[in-house]
Design a binder for this molecule. Structure first.
Ligand SMILES: NC(=O)C1=CN([C@@H]2O[C@H](COP(=O)(O)OP(=O)(O)OC[C@H]3O[C@@H](n4cnc5c(N)ncnc54)[C@H](OP(=O)(O)O)[C@@H]3O)[C@@H](O)[C@H]2O)C=CC1
Ligand SMILES: CCCCCC/C=C/C(=O)O
Length: 499
C-alpha cells in the first residue's frame, strides 16, 4: 500500500513539478511544427498549469513516418519477445520509481484525487505494463491440424503502426491498457491523449526512452480531436486504431477507416451500467459500499460506473438509507488533499454538462448541489425508466435509482439500453445470480460486487459500448497482432518416392 503524504506535502510537490510542454516524437520532445500551443488547466482551481504543443496533421504525419521507420527496420518489432519484455519491465520499474511525481501531475491535470492517483492509477499503470511485458515471451504460436503431408503454422505478427486515441478519465491507466499489449506485441505507436490531460502521457514516453525503448516506437502527439485525432484516424499508413471515449466519436473512427485504408478499429465506448439489487441481497452494508464506489469513484467519470441502481421495492428504502450513509463519507474537495474522495470534474465544459443534469431531477434522494465551480456532491436521484437521467451517460457523480418489482423486470430494465459495458447483480440466490449474469447483455457482469475485473480479464462492451476487440488480459493481444498461416508441403518428391 502506498504511503500517502499530507495535503501540504502534495502542494509542495505540485509547486515544484517540471511539466512537459512539447509533443514526444522519435525519442525526444518537439514543439508543434506550426509552433502553436494551448493552455492546460487545473480543473480544481481554474489556473493555467502550462502550455502544451497544439499539433496538427503535419505532426501526425511526422510521428507516423517515424513509427513506420521504426517498425520496418525491426529495431523493436523484430526483437526477441524476451528483449521487449526486459524493456517493458524496466519501464514499469521506472513508473514505480517516479510514482509520486506522476500521481501529482495526473491529479493536477485532471482533477482526479491524489488518493486515487496514488493508490490506483499509477500503481495499476506500472502493473499493467509489467504484466503485458512478462506475458509476451510466454505466448506460443500454433501448428494447425492439417494433413500428415503438410505442416501449417499459425503465427502472430504485430499489426504494424497503431494509433491510440485516449480519454481524459484515466489518462495514464488507459495509456497503459493500450501501450502495454501494443508494445509487447512489437507494434510502433502514435498516442493521442485527450487535450485536457496530456501531461502524464508525455512524461511516460520520456520514461520509456529511459527504459531503453528505441526511438520512434512510442510517439505522443498532443492537440485536439479535430486537429490530431482525425488526421490519425484518416492516415493511410496507420494500420490500426484503438480508441476509448464517447460512442459519438468512436463512430467517427469507423468513417475515417472506411474513407481511408480500412485500418482496423477497436472501440471501447460509453456505458449506462445497471447495478441490480434484489430483495434477498445479503449484507446491505457491503452492497451499499459497492454501489457508492461504483457510482462515485472518479467522480462517476468512468465508462463502467454503476450509474443505474435498479432496486427491488422490498429492499429499496433500507438500501438507499445505507447508500446515503456511505456516500456522505465521501469528502468533496481539493484533489490534492489525501482525505478527499470526490475531486473536480475534468473541465469547465464537462462540469457544465453534468450540472445541467441536476436540473432534470424531480426526485432528489440525496445531494443534488454544486459545491463550487467544478465540484458536484455525490447525488442520488430517482427517475422513471426511459427518462434522460435513466438512459443517458452522465459521466458525473449522479446515481439514478429505478425501482422494480421482480427479477424479470430488473433484467428487462437493465438491458433496455443501447449500451452494454458492465452490469452487476446482488442476490443471495446463486442460481438467480448466474441466470441473471447470463441474461445481462454486458461485457462484464459482477455478482455481489461491483468492479471491472482486473488485468487478467477482458474488458469491453456489448452493443454500442464496444466494437472490434477487448482491452486487458491475453485477449488484448488480438487487437495488436494479426494471424498469418505458413503452409509447408511435406510430400516426398524425391526420385525414389516418385518411382
Ligand atoms: N468510454 C470512456 O471511457 C469515455 C467516455 N466519455 C464519454 O464521452 C463524453 C464526452 O467526452 P469527450 O471528451 O468529448 O469524449 P471524446 O470521445 O470526444 O474524446 C475521446 C478522445 O477522442 C478525441 N476526439 C474528439 N473528437 C474527435 C474527432 N472528431 N476525431 C478524432 N478524435 C476525436 C478526443 O480529443 P480531445 O478531447 O483532445 O478533443 C479524445 O482524445 C463524456 O461525457 C462521456 O460520456 C468520455 C471519455 C471517456
Ligand atoms: C483499476 C481498474 C480501473 C478501471 C477503470 C476502467 C475505466 C475505463 C474507462 O472509463 O474507459
Amino acid at each position: 500500500m502506498t504511503d500517502l503524504l499530507t495535503h501540504e506535502e502534495y502542494r509542495a510537490i505540485a509547486a515544484s513539478l517540471d511539466l512537459p510542454q512539447n509533443a514526444y516524437i522519435d525519442g525526444g520532445y518537439r514543439p508543434a511544427i506550426s509552433g502553436a500551443t494551448f493552455e492546460t488547466v487545473n480543473p480544481a482551481t481554474g489556473t493555467v498549469l502550462g502550455t502544451v504543443a497544439a499539433c496538427g496533421a503535419a505532426d501526425v504525419g511526422l510521428a507516423v513516418a517515424k513509427a513506420r521507420e521504426a517498425f520496418e527496420d525491426g529495431r523493436w518489432s523484430r526483437l526477441p519477445p524476451g528483449a521487449r519484455k526486459d524493456v517493458l519491465v524496466r519501464l514499469a520499474k521506472l513508473i514505480e520509481r517516479n510514482a509520486r511525481e506522476l500521481a501529482v501531475m495526473e491529479s493536477l491535470d485532471s482533477g482526479k484525487t491524489i488518493y486515487d492517483c496514488e493508490t490506483v492509477d499509477v500503481p495499476e499503470t506500472a502493473h499493467v505494463i509489467q504484466w503485458h511485458g512478462e506475458l509476451i515471451d510466454k505466448i506460443y504460436d500454433q501448428v494447425a491440424p492439417a494433413s500428415n503431408d503438410h505442416i501449417a503454422l499459425v503465427v502472430r505478427e504485430p499489426v504494424g503502426v497503431v494509433g491510440l486515441v485516449l480519454p481524459w478519465n484515466f489518462p495514464l491507466l488507459m495509456l497503459a491498457w493500450k501501450i502495454g499489449p501494443a508494445l509487447a506485441a512489437g507494434c510502433s505507436v502514435v498516442v493521442k491523449p485527450a487535450a485536457e490531460t496530456s501531461l502524464t502521457a508525455l512524461r511516460l514516453a520520456e520514461l520509456a526512452s529511459d527504459a531503453g525503448l528505441p526511438r520512434g516506437v512510442l510517439n505522443v502527439v498532443t492537440g485536439s480531436g479535430a486537429e490530431v485525432g482525425e488526421p490519425l484516424g484518416r492516415h493511410p499508413d496507420v494500420d490500426m486504431v484503438s480508441f476509448t471515449g464517447s460512442t459519438v466519436t468512436g463512430r467517427r473512427f469507423l468513417h475515417y477507416s472506411a474513407d481511408s485504408n480500412l485500418k482496423e478499429v477497436v472501440l471501447e465506448l460509453g456505458g449506462k451500467n445497471p447495478c441490480i439489487v434484489l430483495d434477498d441481497a445479503e449484507d446491505l452494508d457491503a452492497v451499499a459500499a459497492h454501489v457508492v464506489n461504483g457510482a462515485f469513484w472518479n467522480m462517476g467519470q468512468n465508462c463502467s460506473a454503476a450509474s443505474r441502481l435498479i432496486v427491488q421495492t422490498g429492499v429499496k428504502d433500507r438500501l438507499l438509507e445505507k447508500v446515503a450513509q456511505h456516500a456522505r463519507e465521501w469528502v468533496v474537495g481539493d484533489p490534492l488533499n489525501p482525505e478527499v474522495r470526490v475531486g473536480a470534474l475534468v473541465s469547465k465544459a464537462h462540469f457544465a454538462k453534468v450540472a445541467a443534469y441536476l436540473e432534470l431531477a424531480d426526485t432528489v434522494l440525496m445531494g443534488g448541489k454544486v459545491v463550487a465551480e467544478g465540484f458536484i456532491e455525490p447525488t442520488i436521484v430517482e427517475a422513471a425508466q426511459g427518462s434522460r437521467l435513466a438512459t443517458e451517460e452522465i459521466f458525473g457523480p449522479i446515481l439514478t435509482v429505478v425501482p422494480v418489482t421482480s427479477f424479470e423486470q430488473a433484467i428487462a430494465v437493465a438491458n433496455d439500453t443501447d449500451y452494454g459495458l458492465a452490469a452487476s447483480i446482488f442476490t443471495a440466490n446463486g442460481k438467480r445470480a448466474l441466470r441473471g449474469a447470463r441474461m445481462l447483455r454486458a461485457g462484464t457482469v459482477t455478482v455481489n460486487s461491483f468492479g471491472e475485473g482486473d488485468i487478467t480479464t477482458p474488458f469491453g462492451g456489448y452493443k454500442q459500448s464496444g466494437f472490434g476487440g477487448r482491452d486487458n488480459s491475453i485477449h488484448a493481444h488480438d487487437q495488436y497482432t494479426q494471424l498469418k498461416t505458413i503452409w509447408l508441403d511435406l510430400t516426398d518428391t524425391s526420385d525414389s518416392a516418385i518411382a
